[in-house]
Design a protein around this ligand. Structure first.
Ligand code: GDP
Ligand code: MG
Length: 163
């Protein structure tokens, strides 16, 4: 059985950046899944020897009249239901937003375990957001910088118990 990790969160928190970081040079393996979720991307990731399938969730391209929240929730639900663990990304520089809280509240009700990941934590600008994260009730956040490749050891350590 393949260990599957879904990356979820509101737009612009760095989901695709982390996805690209995790799949590294294996970009060619990335494929769309037409018909299921048009803007969902799957890839084979390897992190310090731990191999897993990673799923990036993204846009709001299904053309319905639903609210953005409803569409995001649906896409997230599909990816999360299929995953062994979900990474909920937060932008630590922006701090915790109402939409982040919406995601956290929703994910806490799912059966899939959630790891809270505070992205954009390079330098010091992420510190206030990192502490705000604790209030989401999803445990200790894992500080990372997807863009700079920082915090990957900590992310590995957080994933390992679920693999
Ligand atoms: P998504 O909408 O959640 O998939 O977010 P993207 O991966 O498209 O990233 C949104 C923006 O955040 C882009 O401008 C990225 O360059 C930026 N970004 C992603 N990761 C980091 C990070 O670790 N640090 C900083 N400072 N910016 C980041
Ligand atoms: Mg994206």
């Amino acid at each position: 059985m393949t260990f599957t990790v879904a990356i979820v969160g509101r737009p612009n928190v760095g989901k695709s950046t982390l996805f690209n970081r995790l799949i590294g040079r294996k970009l060619a393996i990335v494929h769309d899944q037409p018909g299921i979720t048009r803007d969902r991307r799957d890839g084979d990731a390897s992190l310090l020897g731990l191999d897993f399938r990673v799923v990036d969730t993204a846009g709001f391209e299904d053309e319905t009249d639903d609210s953005i929240e409803a569409r995001m929730r649906r896409q997230t639900d599909r990816a999360v239901a299929d995953a062994d663990v979900a990474l909920l990304l937060i932008d630590a520089r922006a701090g915790v937003t109402p939409l982040d809280r919406h995601f956290a509240d929703h994910l806490r009700r799912q059966r899939t375990p959630v790891i809270l990941v505070a992205n954009k934590c390079e330098g010091k600008a992420g510190a206030p957001g990192l502490y705000e994260c604790y209030a989401l009730g999803l445990g200790e956040p894992v500080p990372v910088s997807a863009e700079h490749g920082e915090g990957l050891l900590e992310l590995f350590e957080a994933l390992l118990p679920h693999a």
